[in-house]
Design a protein around this ligand. Structure first.
Ligand code: ADP
Length: 252
């Protein structure tokens, strides 16, 4: 079976006319599909396909805190676990937490907290699980995008949905929604997440060097990507209600 990944460095990551290794234009996103409310036992959930990424997010709570001494008297305790399934990568990943998953659990948690009205739920816990079933670059922003929908699906009051997107730098080009080979071999990778309603940026990382002009351009490109993803998030949240409305009207 052909692998979707090229593990050896490709000779050309982006052509002179801006055509990328997977055929996309510099500002073109990978295909995305989202479904909300996929898990019966969780209070809220979402399943996201983004390029080759397959991400499941689940939210439990607000609920009693265990162990009890962790409870916060003035706000909800937000806990987050990002986990990559052993079968999610090309090489089998060792199950269980590692340094990377601990870091990503932290950045995802911190990207989501500013959107949550935590002060409305003192002495409770809200647990967020992000499971990467298949990984294809950009799992942290895919995880944030799915988790914010799971929070909304759980009925947790939010300042807005948190939406993520990445921008990369390959030679002279800035590219939207970094793919696997671009992530491995490109010059920079900038994941960004923001609360769309307030335009507050809640995650911004960078693993490369950009000029101030490039950085400004990268930011605008990432916001453009987020705006696109945000529309898909809203559509996914609305979809179950549209089906019910059609059923009530006898249209299905
Ligand atoms: P992100 O997934 O947010 O882009 P990274 O930049 O750390 O985070 O990872 C980029 C990609 O590298 C991942 O999406 C995944 O496809 C791959 N990857 C990450 N960790 C591993 C691992 N332990 N084994 C194999 N592939 C991995």
């Amino acid at each position: 079976m052909n692998s979707i990944f090229t593990e050896e460095k490709p000779e050309v990551l982006i052509q002179e006319d801006g055509t990328r290794i997977d055929g996309r234009k510099p500002d073109e996103m990978r295909p995305i599909s989202i479904e909300v409310g996929v898990l019966r036992k969780a209070n809220g959930s979402a399943y996201l396909e983004w390029g080759g990424n397959r991400v499941l997010a689940a939210v439990y709570g607000p609920r009693e805190v265990h162990p009890r001494h962790l409870a916060l008297p003035d706000r909800a305790l937000i806990r987050c676990r990002y986990n990559m399934a052993p079968f999610s990568t090309e090489e089998r990943k060792r199950p269980g937490p590692d340094r990377r998953s601990v870091e990503l659990s932290k950045v995802i948690r911190e990207a989501l907290i500013p959107a949550i009205f935590v002060e409305r739920f003192p002495n409770t816990a809200i647990d967020i699980f992000v499971e990467i079933l298949r990984s294809d670059a950009g799992t942290r922003i895919a995880g944030i995008t799915a988790a914010s929908l799971a929070l909304a699906d759980a009925g947790i009051p939010l300042r807005g949905l948190v939406t993520g997107c990445t921008v990369g730098k390959i030679g002279k080009w800035l590219v939207l929604d970094v793919g696997h080979e671009e992530d491995m071999w490109g010059d920079a990778d900038i994941p960004l997440a923001m609360i769309m309603e307030t335009q507050e940026i809640t995650l911004l990382q960078s693993d490369g060097t950009l000029t101030p002009e490039e950085f400004k351009e990268a930011l605008n490109l990432a916001i453009k990507g987020c705006t696109y993803v945000y529309e898909l998030q809203k559509e996914a949240l609305r979809r179950p209600y549209v089906v019910v409305e059609k059923e009530v009207k006898g249209e299905v």
